[in-house]
Design a protein around this ligand. Structure first.
Ligand code: S3P
Ligand code: PEP
Length: 425
């Protein structure tokens, strides 16, 4: 894959389904009674890992591209898997499924690729163990592989030290298997797809500020769910249309849930030209169409409550910052260091290799924008978001940009390069 400097961007695109919502649709469908039908499902490697895990526990799931039908067996219908559950590269699969497995009276083992074996799991092991699950990190390093012996849980209130929807969701899902109310308070509110979707399936979920609560033993009923496009995937095209001259791009069907829309706020704060059309609600989620045109961007500060609303978009925001005038400061984003790669290091290293002036900090980075940028071979660290972010940088940099592992985009956006080619020239 080679990316060359683009002279303009034009067109209309539909981006693939939201990854977070796709995972949840499969998981909640599996533990609901009856049929769940998902349209707009993200046919990416991470969501396929989630499907495969539930198939191994006796759930019939048929997938045809972005259409998925799940024959749910109810809260207590999963069967003990005969083999290891392979979570692949997916942190969301690992942490959410652990919440469900904690409630199931059998033993299971989760494992995944080299990246997942380095991601921190103590953050779910601790609260799920407090609820009564017996979870062992088999190599004693608080990472996968994990062995989970579930059953006999009790409700807790948990003050989470980390703003993480994966941690919150694991606890709420385990709470389904408890008598009474389970609740989680986060330091900063994280994405709320679990709360919205579980309540659509019939659970009694309430949210008040940074606290989400769930009543145990609900009757979950299969649903028809239309999954909106992923704002984390739209982010690459929002950035591209903002930094390439002569751009006008229509992006249809973007999930703009306020717990996910930080990229839009920050892009506008940096001077991006974004028009919103056709705001609507689809299957409980806010959706809109976007028109993005070229603009001249300037630096900004990104911190605090905004961080969880754009955590996965920081790599591409950093790229925008390198093409903006002035300084961009990103702080309170220590979580970047424990994603598919250490995204402080992987972003800063690649930006500087392209000619930018970026410095990594303990919890973020500082980018002195407006330097002259040139193509290079990008080190993706097998991280889909690094590959896609630097493909966008390549569109606005001089020369040619290549990648050591371009195919890692299959995790969240298999057709990424096709769509990029279609709209840029
Ligand atoms: O719940 C989810 O679907 C996700 C939550 C976020 O992770 P954390 O919960 O670790 O912040 C995000 O980075 C990830 O891509 C998806
Ligand atoms: C962090 C991500 O996903 P996960 O945690 O599910 O691996 C991501 O998609 O950027």
């Amino acid at each position: 894959m080679e990316i060359k400097k683009a002279n303009h961007i034009k067109g209309q695109i539909h981006i693939p389904g939201d990854k977070s919502i796709s995972h949840r649709g499969v998981m909640f469908g599996a533990i609901a009674d009856g049929t769940t039908e998902l349209t707009g499902f993200l046919d990416g490697a991470d969501c396929r890992s989630t499907i495969a895990c539930f198939q191994k526990m006796g759930i019939a799931i048929k997938q045809d591209a972005d259409h998925v039908v799940i024959q749910g067996k109810g809260l207590h219908g999963l069967t003990e898997p005969r083999n290891i559950l392979d979570v692949g590269n997916s942190g969301t699969t690992t942490r959410l499924i652990s919440g469900i497995l904690s409630g199931c009276p059998f033993t299971s083992t989760l494992n995944g690729d080299a990246s997942i074996q380095k991601r921190p799991m103590q953050r779910i092991i601790k609260p799920l163990s407090m609820m009564g699950a017996r979870i062992t990190s088999l190599r004693g390093n608080d990472c996968a592989p994990l062995e989970i012996k579930g059953g006999d849980l009790h409700a807790i209130h948990y003050d989470s030290p980390v703003a993480s929807a994966q941690v919150k969701s694991a606890i709420l899902l385990a709470g389904l298997y408890c008598d009474g109310t389970t609740s989680v308070t986060e330091p900063v509110l994280s994405r709320n797809h679990t709360e919205l979707m579980l309540s659509g399936f019939g659970a009694n979920v309430t949210s008040s500020g940074r606290t989400a609560s769930i009543e145990g033993n609900p009757h979950l009923v299969g649903q028809k769910i239309q999954i909106p496009g992923d704002i984390s995937s739209a982010a690459y095209f929002i950035a591209a249309a903002s930094i390439v001259p002569n751009a006008e791009l229509m992006i249809y069907n973007v999930n703009c849930n306020p717990t996910r829309d930080g990229i839009l706020k920050v892009a506008e704060q940096m001077g991006a030209d974004i028009t919103y059309e056709n705001r609507r609600k689809v299957s409980g989620e806010e959706v809109c169409d976007l028109i993005v045109r070229s603009s001249s961007l300037h630096g900004t500060t990104i911190e605090g409550d905004l961080i969880p609303t754009l955590i996965d978009e920081i790599p591409v925001i950093a790229v925008m910052a390198a093409f903006a005038e002035g300084d961009t400061i990103i702080r309170d984003a220590k979580e970047l260091r424990v994603k598919e790669s250490d995204r402080v290091t992987s972003v800063v290293e690649n930006l500087n290799a392209m000619g930018a002036d970026a410095i990594g900090t303990e919890d973020g980075m500082i980018i002195h924008g407006g330097r002259s940028m040139h193509g290079t071979q990008i080190k993706t660290y097998a991280d889909h978001r690094i590959a896609m972010s630097f493909a966008i940088a390549g569109l606005a940099a001089d020369g040619v940009t290549t990648f050591d592992d371009p195919d890692c985009v299959v995790i969240s956006y298999p057709n990424f390069y096709d769509t990029l080619q279609k709209i840029s020239s």
